[in-house]
Design a protein around this ligand. Sequence first.
Ligand SMILES: [Zn+2]
Length: 269
Amino acid sequence: MQKRTAVAEGRYDARGFLRDYGVKTRDDVLPEAWAHDLGIEIIEADLEGASAQLIRLGDVARIVLPARVTESGARRFAIVHELYHFLKKHPSLSPTMLCKPKWQRSTGAREPQHVYEIGSNTFGSSVLLPDFLLRKRCEISPVSLDVPWQIAKEYDVSILASARRFVELSSERCAAVFSKGGVVQWSTRSTTFTRKIPDGRLLHPDSIAWDFHATGTLDERAQPVPARAWFDTSSNVDIIEHAICRPDYGTVLSLLWVPDAVGARVGMP
Ligand SMILES: [Zn+2]
């Protein structure tokens, strides 16, 4: 299965799942209750380097969450992610399926395991942050991390999850870029942000994210940066970057926005 198919299927399954569980408002989004309803026990253990684990032995299914992860947003996401592996009966080599963040996986992008992870992440995001509840709020200009922060708080998800979902649902030219050690780990774009920011790209010294890499801190306000800080362009125009850092993890999340006035000049008419 291709990445695109896995994403489409994850979204489709999420719609059916939300319908089956009668989700109409934020208060109906209840990962632990869903797991319980499906007969899945949730336990904690010392999972080195992994974000969660699914154990299937005969009729018994368990989701194991890493004891070190105490943020409820990360836990909610991990539960729904594993629920999808369970519901779809994604195969694993042993009764235990260990899920890791993308940059910690040793499997290649073309291996089946990678596609299952994409499916589970898409399902997780679509179920925790339903499009029919959030799309309108994501149609906002100017774009900054303000709305993703509100959504993260209200829906009890991480800012990474809400920023990704925000750019998926927004029609503005925007992208969420996650970097660590001066290197782009992943990025998600809105359909109108047509320039690619590849994984593995080195941060440009003109980006706000680079400031954190260079000095250990950054100015956490939305501000103009040269467009060429994020993608190749001969145009000497600014876009907006709103970045936040996590010094304890050494990571930066940048939300980029290309306003209408400069869209055509950077190849995004
Ligand atoms: Zn997984």
